[in-house]
Design a protein around this ligand. Structure first.
Ligand code: FES
Ligand SMILES: [Fe+2]
Length: 379
């Protein structure tokens, strides 16, 4: 290994306060659950430390709402979907996908002699959308501030093979999503045989195609790492060498957003796969990391299968090594940075702007929800 990547004991700055971010959640899109886990029955989920219920309305769109009924607090997750609304199991009050109470047995807004539905009968809901096989919720402001990240390759089955997997972790969101920008762990944790690397930061005003929507709202973080490597790494390096596959440059390009990242991996200038990393913030230091890979098909079935193994299964295994580190780290510890941590620090500055947006507006759609009739379920 060359001296290029030996850690110099040069401290960028004491970086006081930089760790106060690690436990905070930025305004962003997050994965509530996998689409295939949400069928016709309500499902109890927990996000941002809050007990919620997910269900599908009459048109099949997902709804994510406060779990406990505004009447006497029964769990709507034990109820059922009736006529496109969720019905509480206790007194059969129903709520529509905006969270408004649409029906109370014996009450009616249409029939004046009946009691009207109480105005406080309302469930808070998160803006929700569905893409790439995930149900997404928007967190931090009432209305989403940017679109769900664009990864066309995940929706191009003709040219790309899909693989998705998830790991439960005992760490914070930021610790997971800043990991891509950490070039120094590639050799010790992932056994990448690096001889040198360069860090690159993109110009915010010049996003690549597909990321303009994020960039327009200041929600795009473009960066890259160029690794000079000796060969394929890990156990499947043996397979790759048997196939005569070798490489000398591995370029990682990152299209980050406040709640995750799309990484594009090229070997010797040839794009091999794209990876969407997104997270489910369940509770403090309880996060699920999802990865969705779109792996470029090769010429012929054998080459495609080799690509799937090389890039897909290897990434799956590699992510497990990260998770083992995260599960045993203290999320707010550390703070002595080297010059090789520059991308992490840049990302943290970007992340801070999106944490601050939560503070400027309503901290959570859960707060004060009953007072706001404008809330809508679909962003
Ligand atoms: S507790 Fe839900 S209807 Fe009464
Ligand atoms: Fe890693």
């Amino acid at each position: 290994m060359s001296g290029d990547i030996r850690l110099e004991q040069e401290r960028i700055r004491p970086a006081l306060g930089v760790n106060d971010l690690t436990g905070q959640t930025a305004a962003s899109w997050y994965v509530a659950m996998r689409s295939d886990a949400l069928k016709d029955k309500p499902v109890a989920i927990k996000l941002f430390g809050q007990p919620l219920v997910a269900w599908r309305n009459a048109s099949g769109q997902p709804v994510v709402m406060e779990r406990y009924c505004s009447h006497l607090g029964a769990s709507l997750a034990k109820g059922k979907v009736v006529e496109g609304c969720i019905q509480c199991p206790f007194h059969n009050w129903r709520y529509d996908s905006t969270g408004a109470c649409s029906h109370v047995p014996g009450h009616s807004t249409a029939v004046p002699r009946l009691e009207p539905i109480p105005p406080t009968a309302r469930q808070a809901v998160y803006p929700t959308t569905e893409r790439y096989g995930f149900v997404w919720v928007w967190y931090g402001t009432q209305v989403p501030l940017f679109p769900v990240p664009e990864m066309a390759e995940a929706e191009s089955p003709r040219d790309f093979m899909r693989l998705s997997f998830a790991y439960e972790t005992r760490t914070s969101v930021l610790r997971i999503i800043e990991n891509f920008y950490d070039a120094q762990h590639a050799a010790p944790v992932h056994q990448l045989p690096i001889t040198a690397f360069e860090l690159k930061l993109d110009d915010e005003s010049n996003p690549p195609p597909g990321q303009e929507g994020l960039a327009r709202e200041g929600a795009w973080f473009g960066a890259g790492i160029d690794f000079h490597v000796e060969r394929y790494f890990g156990p499947v390096g043996i397979v790759s060498r048997a196939l005569g596959l070798n490489m000398s440059r591995m370029n990682l390009h990152f299209d980050g957003y406040p709640g995750g990242c799309i990484m594009t991996v090229s070997l010797d200038g040839d794009m091999k796969y794209r990876l969407l990393q997104c997270v489910t913030p369940v509770d403090k230091d309880e996060t699920v990391m999802h990865m969705l890979l779109a792996i470029k098909k090769g010429s012929g079935v054998a080459r495609s299968a080799a690509n799937f193994v090389l890039f897909g299964l290897q990434t799956w295994g590699a992510a497990g090594y990260d998770v083992a580190i995260w599960n045993n780290m203290k999320s707010d510890a550390g703070g002595a940075f080297s010059k090789y941590d520059q991308l992490i620090l840049k990302y943290r500055a970007f992340y801070r702007r999106w944490v601050n947006k939560v503070a400027q507006e309503q901290p959570s759609p859960m707060r004060d929800s009953r007072a706001d009739p404008r809330r809508s379920a679909h962003g």
